[in-house]
Design a protein around this ligand. Structure first.
Ligand code: NAG
Ligand code: NAG
Length: 321
């Protein structure tokens, strides 16, 4: 009596195992990636062994788990030939799915951060049943909204702060600061992360700048959770007042373009005039040095006498040559 009972028990266990592992198997992608605001696919397909002909799915339940052990919330169900309590935004991925279609993938039409997590798919067919857990990871891309300074107008040689704001990303990312030579300044900054009601992160980073030690520009870059750069913006520092800048102010290079040739031409003219004057003077000096030989009274002539004498000198010069 007892031995036949044990035999029956063993037989049933073997049967159940055969049905579970031999005839029907649910195959799911272990991890699925969804993008915020877009469609997400959680892929699961029912596989049957070759001796099963014309399999029929009697029941499907897609449940969102809040912890690995819990029952979960039903998001999409199929029972007795029709959909059972489908939640808004969840449907079978196959457009006109029915019990003959072995692709039981779940489609989330408008992915939210709250959709991230583990999902359990339970399938019962007329040839056996199976279930699997699959995970959805949600990603959202960061973008930088502003980079501004405090104070708004940076005063040379005084401390200031650059503020970089980034929003709309998930999971939590980081903000980096670089100067124009790609040196890292992130250590001088402080970042704050806030999560809004939709689950997306808003990152704000403040970079402290000491007066007098500033570069001409700073780059704020936002990185996603795996370190990939998603956006960057450059902040141009106001130009420091230059030493010659005071004379002409802005556009001084324009002014110098006009002034430089004038200076060159002017000095050339002055140089020529000086040369002419020198030549004339040296000529007169020569005449004066010859004059005393002829007339001693002209040794120290006045300006007026000079002009007069030069006229008188002409015949003498002719005689000498
Ligand atoms: C299941 O159906 C979805 C939607 O039609 C499709 O994208 C996916 O590739 C299918 N999976 C398999 C394994 O056929
Ligand atoms: C981060 O960005 C890289 C490159 O754009 C991308 O391949 C990766 O999937 C992103 N990771 C996350 C968690 O967003």
């Amino acid at each position: 009596m007892a031995s036949s009972g044990i035999l029956v028990f063993i037989f049933t266990v073997l049967c159940i195992c055969a049905v579970k592992s031999g005839f029907v198997k649910l195959e799911c992608k272990t991890e699925n990636v969804g993008h915020y605001g877009q469609q997400s696919l959680l892929e699961c397909v029912v596989k049957t062994s070759s001796d099963v002909t014309d399999p029929n799915i009697r029941m499907v339940a897609w449940k969102k788990l809040t912890s690995p052990e819990d029952e979960g919330d039903l998001v999409l169900g199929f029972k007795r030939g029709k959909l059972d309590q489908p939640k808004r935004g969840y449907r079978f991925a196959e457009p006109s799915w029915n019990g003959k279609n072995m692709n039981v993938s779940l489609l989330i039409t408008n992915t939210a951060v709250a959709d991230e997590g583990d999902y359990k798919c339970i399938v019962i067919t007329d040839s056996g049943d199976d279930n699997m857990v699959t995970t959805l990871k949600v990603q959202a891309k960061y973008s930088i909204s502003t980079v501004h300074s405090i104070p708004k107008k940076i005063v040379p040689n005084t401390d200031s702060t650059l503020v970089c704001e980034s929003h709309g990303g998930y999971p939590q990312g980081t903000i980096r600061w670089l100067d124009e030579e790609e040196h890292e300044w992130t250590k001088s900054s402080e970042m704050e992360a806030k999560q809004s009601d939709d689950g997306l992160f808003q990152l704000t980073s403040r970079l402290s700048l000491l007066g007098g030690s500033t570069f001409s520009k700073y780059i704020c870059a936002v990185l996603n959770a795996s370190g990939g750069k998603e956006d960057e913006k450059t902040f141009e520092m106001p130009a420091p007042p230059s030493s010659q800048g005071g004379i002409f102010g802005p556009g001084s290079s324009e002014t110098s373009k006009v002034v430089a040739p004038l200076v060159v031409i002017g000095s050339l003219i002055i140089g020529l005039l000086l040369l002419l004057l020198y030549k004339r003077r040296s000529q007169k000096a020569r005449r004066n040095s010859t004059a005393p030989l002829m007339d001693r009274r002209d040794a120290a002539p006045t300006d007026v006498e000079e002009g007069y004498n030069s006229h008188e000198d002409e015949p003498i010069n002719k005689d000498q040559s």
